[in-house]
Design a protein around this ligand. Structure first.
Ligand code: ZN
Length: 448
């Protein structure tokens, strides 16, 4: 045991660069019961792949049904088959850390079921994330454009501008007009609307985010405006005639426009690469991070964050991260998709690519209790990776500590404008309070 390393990894306030967290209000009002809390996360896909009937999983996750034992019975056999996967490891950690359950049985569930109601109280969500998961802040993609200051923690809950719909070529003129006051009827007006949208939310957003790999290939190419105009005209006027090629053409242009705006507003752009959530639907050829290299060359000033370790294209991602100065790698969700490959990946990364290009954690989940589990898993596995490095003589403990701190916290502070975003959020949320602070700050040089 390398005590000092373990202590640093366990206690460093970690920057969480990717979650989909439901709001404080939803957590309190519509939050999970114990079975939903344990199993309504990535594990449900593993359960079905192991052979559980989708209806049995659905029933297990139906919080309106008070019969915990009946619900658990339908997934119990599949649970035994998946408890050692990365998702299963996180479920066990959640059971242990949040509910004090060592082995998930009907009796244990029954005995701990009251616990969720105690946790679903005002302020508990923030406490779980800040004090139990020990996070510095979370960056949330809640699948929409607006990034309103979050009163449950202005400095703590930061938001991405969601960009996927544009990259799918799905242009919604009504929604855009509502947000920007601009009517979209052609390429020029679409460009103005996208500019207005990022002008509105860019200053309070932490990043742009797109997970378009769930609906199209990541393969990108620069599109001549004349082609984009033609395809956009079809999509807007006669969507029934629009082809896959039309959507890809408009989508590629919108991703490029997103990159331009990201440069202008100093926002990194996060792109889902690799593995799919769910089951039975992943076209494995769409999701390669290498599909994006033309984009990296076209926008050398844009900072691209490639998410989820590009799994299973980890070697390809390593090559891309080593080669492109404008690419960062984010391990969000990777620790639970395939923990052992992630341990191996970070060790390979260390000896291949610059260590300031890796972001160590994101739980990629909806409930704060899941984040507690995924954060625990990430810390434990990162310790495992760095302990192996020390044991094999590749690093000293002191060097391992420096690397861990970089990956859990320092790189995120270097890449994202946390100070500027937090200040803009404070200003947007309570303009008077900020005025007071800055007036005080104006006096400081005199005092010094
Ligand atoms: Zn996600």
């Amino acid at each position: 045991m390398y005590r000092e390393l373990k202590h640093v990894i366990d206690t460093t306030p970690m920057c969480d660069t990717h979650e989909h967290l439901w709001s404080e209000e939803t957590w309190i009002r519509d939050g999970p019961d114990i079975l939903q809390d344990l199993f309504d996360n990535y594990i449900k896909a593993d359960l079905v792949v192991a052979g559980a009937a989708p209806e049995a999983v659905e029933r297990a996750l139906d919080g309106r049904d008070p019969d915990l034992a009946g619900r658990f019975r339908g997934i119990e056999k599949a649970w035994q088959m998946v408890r050692h996967t990365g998702y299963g490891e996180a479920v066990s950690a959640l059971a242990r850390l949040v509910y004090g359950i060592e082995e998930i049985t009907m009796e244990a569930l029954e005995a701990a079921r009251h616990r969720t109601l105690e946790l679903r109280r005002p302020g508990e969500r923030l406490r779980l994330l800040k004090e139990v998961a020990r996070l510095d802040h979370v960056q949330i993609d809640n699948f929409c454009w607006p990034c309103h200051p979050d009163p449950s923690g202005f400095d703590f809950f930061l938001y991405d501008i969601h960009w996927s719909n544009f990259v799918w070529g799905e242009i919604d003129p009504q929604a855009l007009e509502q947000e920007t006051g601009l009517r979209v009827s052609d390429l020029a007006s679409l460009e103005s609307a996208l500019e207005a949208l990022v002008a509105k939310y860019g200053p309070v957003a932490i990043a742009l985010k797109t997970n378009h790999a769930y609906g199209r290939t990541l393969a990108w190419e620069a599109r001549p405006p004349v082609d984009v105009s033609r395809a956009l005209a079809v999509i807007l006027a006669h969507p029934e005639n629009a082809t896959e090629a039309d959507y890809l053409t408009v989508g590629d242009w919108c991703l490029a426009k997103g990159a331009e705006l990201a440069i202008q507003y100093k926002l990194p752009i996060k792109i889902h690469t690799g593995y799919y959530a769910g089951y039975g639907q992943m076209p494995v050829e769409w999701i390669r991070p290498g599909h994006l290299t033309a984009l990296f060359r076209a926008y050398p000033q844009c900072r691209f964050v490639l998410m989820h370790m590009g799994y299973p294209y980890t070697g390809e991602l390593l090559a891309v991260a080593k080669h492109y100065p404008n690419v960062w790698v984010d391990l969000c969700w990777a620790w639970s998709i395939d923990p052992r490959s992630t341990v191996e990946f970070v060790r390979r990364f260390l000896h291949t690519a610059p260590s300031n290009k890796l972001l160590g954690f994101g739980g990629d989940t909806f409930w704060p209790t899941s984040v507690v589990a995924y954060a625990h898993q990430a810390r434990a596995r990162l310790y495992q990776a760095l302990a192996e490095e020390i044991r094999e003589g590749e690093l000293t403990e002191k060097q391992a500590i420096a690397v861990a701190t970089r990956w859990l916290r320092e790189n995120q502070y270097e890449l994202f404008d946390l100070h500027g975003t937090r200040e803009a959020i404070q200003k947007a949320a309570r303009p008077d309070a900020v005025k007071k602070t800055s007036r005080r700050r104006a006096f400081l040089p005199d005092l010094a």
